[in-house]
Design a protein around this ligand. Structure first.
Ligand SMILES: *[C@@H]1O[C@H](CO)[C@@H](O)[C@H](O)[C@H]1NC(C)=O
Ligand SMILES: *[C@@H]1O[C@H](CO)[C@@H](O)[C@H](O)[C@H]1NC(C)=O
Ligand SMILES: *[C@@H]1O[C@H](CO)[C@@H](O)[C@H](O)[C@H]1NC(C)=O
Length: 888
């Protein structure tokens, strides 16, 4: 064993220097050879380039009969970094407690016998010689220990870009193998164990192992509508189930890639309808493309379940497998087929259903695989909306009425279900790798309830403070525009100048300038936070204001609940009253988030929170009423007077200011995540204010119905880079704002499924016309001839940059703002020269200027932002891909 250890260390050292000394292409070629050579052989082991196997806490290496050698704790110490006050410990399990475990588990049992315990955040860092998909396997078993109770350990496991486990804990006596397929894109991969405060973390064994490139392709099939899903490479995967249908359990020893396969018997809905069949594994063939021994070993393809004909008179039924899953995630489902039941070609045709929807109608293995006993597989993606009752259901049944041809039968040889990472890049909950909470779907009720309670107590304390201050207010408080007036802005809405309109980007903070604490965000003290919470309304007050929440007073509906128009006080001040649905658990966090967020943020171009009501477990937020409603209503789909170009520019500038403030003004940048024309509201003077920040809506609007809930944001506005890499930055808002700019210019929805395919997506379509130099043809007909060419050019330039493929190429909101203001200036200058009535002249002038500018276009860009000119093209392919998933 000692010799093994040494040779292992030596070979990895050698590999390391080897990698340092040879140019990259050589490595690539080397590994692709090792990928391909296998498809001609049947029992092959893959030699992974990266192969880290660690038996944590073990005093010595653990070597398996298949040759895998797990390093001891000491041998892996160099990979681990922990903070100084760590209490590391080794613990081990006696052989006696391991009776009664399943056979597949038995094979890896030695790994569970020791563990390493972390008292503080600790990270394993691995050098990755070849980027691509890697298996991450984590072995957990809460061993008994004299000092630490591992069954109460609660911790998270986080990689550089994904959350694998969030606040994870294990019940007594549970052996857990968590298996992931992560696309590692850099040469360092880290695995962070993060105990919850006052808790500990532990791990029994770790594998970080290269997987063949061919294992997961970028595309899969979608069901309902049938189509293709692209971009699988952007998702981290967690193996939920891997079943060897109709066959025995398979251990890492039996598998080409060290996988474990469970038998399927406990997942078949009516076992009486299925019977197992098998052939000699050696007779299984692999085609030259597609399935390979890496996709699944021949032991999987050589067994199957087929329809049990003997039990029925009429062979017309489905065999059904049901697997419990978490319906807040999308899943990748891989079905393995191999016709081991037919005597001749073209005798077996059957239907495949996934979650009740047709996956493949009349699957014809003879044609697909080319010969009998030949492996074939197909991948399907189902999104959250397609998962009913928290289960994945796979059904196979004979294709009906195939005109006498074929024996009615249906088979399945293998079934894999993999969870896909969500919008938070997480495979467990909605916390992103950097710890921020995303979205509204509620995962950890108890925690939120605790937070809610804590916040409630805090709110009461703050209110008490506020109340005392309010009692002590000076008699002339209203005139002094001091804090108190700010505390109750409801009185100020009458004289809307209470916030100086000069206080642009730091806006609302201007009004806080009397706050002597001098901190930049003005929120650090209890003092101002208390103020931020606004006024507490009584339920009776709000009930009266909305005439008992009259349906006629509803002015909007969101995932959170309904928004009512209310009138309050003697002066009948209008308010927007958002009432959370008390039965929705999701609401609690949103409610907290919204109050928290809004209390931090004050800006002329953000919708102000006036107060709230939490009586009788109500969750009601009271906002200033925005008399002119959403921007979208003024662009299309209503009978409102069309806005002039100048008005539109001013509105865009206002919204850009609001977003700029969100990104830069607050203590930490805040990403809106759902910038769209329905979230830009207009007050009585058409001043634009951004709304709904911090409040994630779950309720789809009419246009959102096709949005996969796995991706937060609204389809059509969604940053393609965010979609691909699931890394959210403020540049995602910039992208969405670019779409808004085109929406304002062209007066049509971001997505209009009723239009011909190439026109469905506004961003894509507008960029096409822009590249052809014909953008004028698609601008809102109400604007035709009223826009000065300089202004239009500047505006489109800004919009185009916002839509850049990569976030880094997009301008900041500040730059966008600058461009829009410039566009406004150009418009104002031109209207002084050319009166808008004189349309014909304006157009000719426009064309002439356009021509002049094209002649020396290099010198006409005063903006300092780098632009990728091809971006739109790449962009549009991505969008059609997303379109393929959602729409076709
Ligand atoms: C196949 O079916 C037979 C009897 O129907 C059963 O005894 C056997 O255990 C089954 N094999 C597997 C692998 O499920
Ligand atoms: C799988 O491997 C185990 C050893 O771990 C062996 O006993 C078993 O027979 C193998 N199963 C098959 C089907 O080859
Ligand atoms: C098989 O399942 C599909 C989908 O659930 C269903 O539409 C079909 O009617 C079923 N076929 C039979 C014969 O029950």
């Amino acid at each position: 064993m000692g010799g093994d250890k040494r040779s292992h260390t030596i070979s990895s050292l050698f590999l390391f220097f080897f990698l340092l000394s040879i140019p990259y292409p050589t490595i690539a070629r080397k590994s692709s050879v090792s990928d391909n050579s296998s498809s001609s052989q049947h029992v092959v082991k893959y030699s992974p380039v990266d192969n880290y196997l660690i038996d944590c806490g073990s005093p010595e290496a653990t070597v398996f009969s298949d040759g895998r050698s797990f390093r001891s704790d000491a041998q892996s110490a160099s990979l681990l970094s922990t903070s100084e006050n760590i209490q590391a410990s080794v613990t081990s399990l006696s052989n006696s407690t391991t009776s009664n475990v399943s056979s597949s588990l038995l094979s890896s049992l030695p790994l569970y016998k020791t563990a390493r315990i972390f008292g503080d955040e600790s990270t394993y860092t691995f050098f990755i010689s070849r980027t691509g998909r890697h298996w991450i396997r984590l072995y957990f078993f809460p061993l008994p220990h004299s000092l630490y109770n591992l069954t109460t350990a609660t911790f998270s496991v986080i990689t550089d870009s994904n959350v694998l486990l969030h606040d994870f804990s294990l019940p007594n006596n549970s052996y857990v193998l968590k298996e992931y397929l992560i696309n590692v894109t850099s040469n360092r991969f880290s695995l962070k164990f993060q105990p919850q405060s006052k808790s500990i973390a532990f791990i029994n064994a770790i594998e970080v192992v290269s997987a063949p490139d061919t294992l997961i392709t970028d595309t899969a099939t979608t069901v309902s509508p049938a189509g293709s899903f692209n971009g699988l490479n952007n998702y981290a995967l967690e193996v939920s189930y891997r079943l060897n249908v109709g066959g025995p359990p398979l251990t890492p020893y039996n598998d080409t890639l060290g996988r474990t396969w469970e038998p399927d018997s406990s997942f078949i809905k009516s076992p009486i309808l299925a019977q197992n069949v098998s052939v000699s594994p050696k007779t299984v063939e692999y085609p030259s493309t597609g399935a390979s021994p890496f996709i699944a070993p021949n032991l999987v393809y050589s067994t199957a379940n087929e329809m049990a004909m003997a039990n029925v008179t009429e062979p017309n039924f489905n065999i059904t497998w049901e697997l419990k899953v978490d319906s807040t995630f999308s899943y990748l489902i891989r079905l393995h087929f191999c016709d081991i039941v037919s005597k001749d070609l073209n005798d077996l045709y059957f239907n495949v259903y996934v979650n009740g929807m047709t996956g493949v109608a009349s699957l014809d293995l003879s044609t697909l695989a080319g010969s009998l006993r030949t492996a074939y597989y197909q991948d399907f993606v189902v999104n959250t909306t397609q998962i009913v009752d928290g289960k994945i259901m796979v059904e196979v049944g004979p294709a009906s009425n195939t005109a006498g041809s074929g024996t009615p039968n249906a088979i399945l040889n293998g079934l894999e279900v993999m969870k896909m990472s969500n919008e938070a890049s997480s495979l467990d909950g909605l916390y992103t790798p950097d710890g921020s909470y995303m979205g509204s779907t509620f995962t950890k009720l108890k925690i939120a309830a605790a937070i809610g309670l804590a916040m409630g107590v805090m709110a009461m304390l703050m209110l008490a403070t506020v109340f005392v201050r309010w009692q002590k207010r000076p008699p002339d408080w209203e005139r002094r525009k001091s804090f108190s007036s700010w505390l109750l802005p409801i009185h100020a809405t009458g004289h809307s100048s209470f916030m100086s309109s000069k206080s642009w980007s730091r806006g609302g903070l201007g009004s806080k300038s009397k706050n002597k604490n001098g901190s930049k965000n003005g929120n650090s003290g209890l003092y101002s936070s208390a103020l931020g919470l606004g006024r507490s309304f009584t339920f009776a007050e709000l009930k009266e204001a909305t005439r008992n929440f009259d349906e006629k007073a509803v002015i909007g509906v969101g995932g959170f609940g309904k928004v009512y128009l209310g009138e309050i006080g003697e002066d009948e001040t209008k308010l927007a009253i958002k009432r959370g649905n008390p039965s929705s658990e999701q609401g609690i966090t949103e409610f907290q988030t919204e109050i928290q967020m809004l209390s931090k943020l004050r800006h002329r171009h953000l919708v102000s929170l006036i107060g709230y009501c939490d009586e009788n477990s109500e969750m009601i937020l009271v906002y200033e009423h925005m008399a002119n409603g959403p921007l979208r209503d003024h662009l299309y789909g209503s009978n409102l007077t069309p806005l002039s170009w100048k008005q539109r520019l001013e509105i865009c500038i206002g919204a850009a200011r609001g977003l700029h403030y969100l990104h830069t003004g607050a203590a930490q940048g805040i990403i809106h995540r759902d910038v769209k024309t329905t979230n830009i509201l207009l007050d009585e003077n058409f001043v634009a204010k951004v709304s709904d920040f911090g409040l994630s809506k779950t309720g789809p609007t009419a246009l959102q119905t096709h949005v996969s809930t796995a991706v937060k944001g609204s389809f059509g506005y969604l940053d393609p880079e965010y979609f691909r890499r699931q890394q959210l930055t403020e540049k995602s808002d910039v992208y969405s704002f670019g779409v808004v700019l085109f929406e304002v210019l062209c007066a049509r929805p971001a997505i209009n499924p009723a239009l011909p395919r190439e026109q469905v997506n506004l961003a894509e379509w507008a960029m096409q016309w822009h590249r052809k130099g014909l953008l004028e043809k698609i601008i809102d007909s109400h604007l035709q001839g009223t826009i000065s060419s300089g202004s239009l050019k500047k505006y489109v330039e800004a919009a185009e940059k916002c839509l850049a493929e990569y976030g880094v190429d997009r301008p900041s909101m500040g730059d966008v703002l600058w461009n829009l203001e410039y566009a406004l200036q150009l418009q104002e200058v031109s209207t002084k020269i050319d009166p808008p009535e004189d349309n014909s002249d304006l157009i000719t002038l426009q064309l002439r200027r356009e021509k002049d500018q094209n002649d020396d276009h290099a010198s006409t860009t005063p903006a300092t932002v780098a632009v990728n000119d091809d971006s739109g093209i790449v962009n549009s392919t991505l969008f059609s891909q997303i379109g393929g998933f959602q729409g076709r």
